[in-house]
Design a protein around this ligand. Structure first.
Ligand SMILES: Cc1cc2nc3c(=O)[nH]c(=O)nc-3n(C[C@H](O)[C@H](O)[C@H](O)COP(=O)(O)OP(=O)(O)OC[C@H]3O[C@@H](n4cnc5c(N)ncnc54)[C@H](O)[C@@H]3O)c2cc1C
Length: 655
């Protein structure tokens, strides 16, 4: 219990030492997310390409701007470009003071989770133990990114990532309680709040005296967040809104005092004068009256975190509690979710680290057939793959957090990839750990089955991985589509656009002719990794050629080609992850890090397999006629199942 006694001291220390960070400036500087960036909506697919007829001339102006501004590697790879600014060298963003401060936090926070928190007990009780909650509040864990002058710890994204990694190592249920509070619950106040809203709400939220929740999902509105029905009607005097509606599956819904709520409000269109329903975000206090919640939901995992329905019945919300602009709620919601994604990847990198230690421990001690099982090739391959997945996820989490700390406004595709990859990698790693542990892995006592249960939700909430895959592919296609439209214009005026033609069209012609594009990573990666660098470049060229061919073929209709989009997203994920690990391993080799050669193996192994996957998928998309047959079959089989209400075939015995 020593950590409990030290906790208040650490809490005071956290607040006192809270260093200023660049993150709020960086994030507030982000350009507004228009419809083209609606990862959540089922109209998401349509919306993402709404403004992006690949061959329309209107897009050309925007295209030049995008090309001038975009530093995103992920966006660039859809255009067949190596945009290396954000990925090479692997970023180191913490100054000496920030590093020192973080080092001082890591020890006590780790000790707290090792000595005080009991994840099995939390899971069994289906709530976080009071001692844990109290200790976390004392530690300052409820206000990690709140500026120190408002009572928080004032961490930048990278520092935050390091601490949530520790939480993810130990207890995902606690992680969701903390994350629902600060990563989404009150993040809107940090990003969009007025000075008055920040001063009123953040100090108590940072200390944990009040708890926050994020209320978007409704019974009829999940991925299609734009379809919410909750309404907030302004009073004739304009002083307040009357909020009605119900939200489901709200993390911290039964504990929260402060809610970020999204509701439809009537908004007059400035151009036409017509009245439209648009989403607005509100900060709602439970104390306003009319706010109630249902019982805690019974769930498969993250049982310790509270999930409940929340009802708003005639709640009078003062007009000054509008968050952001009236009618700008969708933008608020998407910004909040985008900004939290790196944290999920960091937490899950921590989960994997803990799980890998358990798998190694078992493999080292278990003897079968007269030998320790770690000596068997099948176990070795599992352990190696687990280590690779961890390395990729960890490298990506800190790449994205660093990009955000550097003030990047162009990280949405990368953040989505980190969430998709981290949640799937953690699942695979934990599943394989159970396999390595055999029957023991299935038992409650080692605690791995709990982690597997806890992990399942990460592929579903904060944008399902399916919707995020569509987002990754379509957002990349939007940028590529703009370039193609620019090319159309350039061809009409070849002399005025010589540069564009010589540059982009030249690359396209070379790609179509099967020649290399002349791209190379040789100047930015360590020479020991040059073979992997070549694999990435070849994969990227093939990927970009397929993107281009599919856009030319389907034009706007690409939004409906989900079989293709899924494969493009998977290609994009493989490409971005390869580049991230190349960057990190290069830095380690250049700096002579003690684990550099091990990292080289992790990196090379990942690149060999990821490049092969891209090659296989892109070749099939490019030229395999059976691929089209496969897609038609998927559609027909699924339709038949739906018509039949289940499997179509009868039992081979005939009854
Ligand atoms: C434990 C838990 C905690 C949660 N916490 C919160 C919270 O704090 N705040 C909050 O607001 N919400 C929260 N949620 C809700 C969560 O964000 C939603 O469950 C999620 O957004 C998915 O919505 P849905 O469940 O309605 O699935 P649906 O949107 O109905 O989707 C069902 C399936 O269809 C797929 N799908 C949907 N549309 C398309 C499409 N256009 N193309 C292809 N596939 C599609 C989806 O990917 C998914 O596989 C929580 C949920 C859970 C279970």
């Amino acid at each position: 219990m020593q950590a409990v006694r030290t906790a208040p001291v650490v809490g005071r220390q956290l607040r006192r030492l809270g260093v200023g960070s660049s993150w709020p400036r960086a994030l507030l500087g982000q350009p507004p997310l228009g419809l083209a960036r609606r990862p959540y909506a089922s109209g998401a697919t349509q919306a993402v390409l709404e403004k992006s007829d690949p061959l329309s001339p209107e897009a050309s102006k925007q295209e030049k701007q995008t090309k001038a501004e975009s530093k995103s590697f992920a966006a660039g790879m859809f255009r067949g470009q190596l945009t290396t600014d954000q990925v090479f060298p692997y970023p180191s963003v913490l100054n000496e003071e920030q590093t020192q401060f973080l080092k001082e936090l890591v020890g006590p926070v780790s000790r707290f989770f090792e000595e005080v928190n009991d994840p099995a007990k939390n899971d069994m009780m289906e709530k976080v133990e009071e001692t844990t909650l109290q200790g976390l509040k004392e530690l300052g864990a409820f206000g990690l990114q709140v500026p120190s002058e408002l009572g928080g710890v004032g961490l930048c994204n990278t520092q935050y990532a390091r601490l949530v990694e520790i939480v993810g190592t130990h207890d995902l249920g606690v992680g969701i309680t903390l994350g629902a509070h600060q990563s989404i619950g009150f993040k809107g106040i940090l990003l969009f709040g007025t000075k008055a809203q920040k001063e009123k709400y953040l100090p108590k939220l940072a200390s944990g005296e009040t708890i926050a929740a994020f209320c978007l999902t409704e019974p009829s509105s999940g991925s299609d967040a734009a379809s919410i029905r909750s309404s907030a009607v302004p009073s004739p005097c304009g002083k307040y809104y009357t909020l009605n509606g119900s939200k489901i599956w709200i993390s911290n819904g039964g504990l929260a005092d402060i809610f970020t709520v999204f509701a439809k409000t009537p908004v007059t269109d400035a151009a036409t004068g017509a009245m439209k329903e648009k989403i607005t975000a509100f900060v709602v206090e439970r104390s306003f009256g009319g706010v109630t919640h249902g019982p805690p939901e019974k769930k498969m995992g993250i049982k310790a975190s509270n999930t409940a329905e929340v009802y708003f019945d005639g709640v009078r919300v003062p007009a000054e509690n509008v968050l952001g602009e009236v009618g700008g709620g969708f933008k608020v919601a998407m910004h909040i979710l985008n900004n939290g994604r790196f944290g999920m990847a960091a937490a899950l990198a921590g989960t994997m680290k803990g799980i890998i230690a358990k798998a190694v421990d078992h493999a080292t001690n278990r003897t079968q057939f007269g030998d320790k099982i770690h000596n068997f090739g099948l176990i070795q391959e599992k352990l190696a793959r687990m280590a690779i997945l961890h390395y990729v996820t960890e490298s990506m989490a800190y790449m994205v957090s660093a990009n955000m700390d550097q003030g990047s406004t162009d990280f949405q595709i990368e953040a989505a990839i980190s969430k998709i990859f981290g949640s799937e990698a953690a699942w695979k790693v934990t599943d394989e750990c159970i396999q390595i542990m055999g029957g023991m892995g299935f038992m409650k006592e080692p605690g791995v089955e709990r982690v597997l249960r806890d992990l399942r939700i990460f592929r579903i909430f904060e944008g399902t991985n399916d919707i995020l895959r569509l987002f990754v592919a379509l957002q990349g296609c939007v940028d590529k589509g703009k370039e193609l439209s620019g090319l159309g214009n350039a061809l009409k005026n070849p002399f005025g656009n010589a540069g564009l033609l010589l540059g982009e069209a030249g690359k396209q012609l070379r790609r179509r002719a099967g020649l290399g594009s002349g791209l190379s990573l040789s100047g930015v990666i360590h020479r020991e990794l040059s073979r992997s660098g070549e694999l990435v470049v070849q994969a990227l060229e093939q990927f970009a050629a397929v993107v281009e061919a599919k856009l030319i073929k389907h034009k706007k209709g690409i939004v409906n080609e989900q079989f293709v989009l899924q494969r493009l997203a998977d290609g994009a994920i493989d490409l971005y992850t390869m580049v991230v690990v190349l960057s990190r391993a290069s830095r380690s080799l250049s700096e002579g890090h003690p684990t550099a050669q091990h990292e080289k193996m992790l990196c090379d192994s990942w690149c060999i397999e990821a490049a092969a996957r891209v090659r296989e998928t892109m070749t099939a998309l490019q030229s395999d006629p059976q691929q089209q047959e496969l897609f038609r079959n998927f559609k027909s089989i699924s339709t038949a199942l739906v018509e039949r209400g289940g499997v179509v075939t009868s039992n081979p015995l005939g009854f």
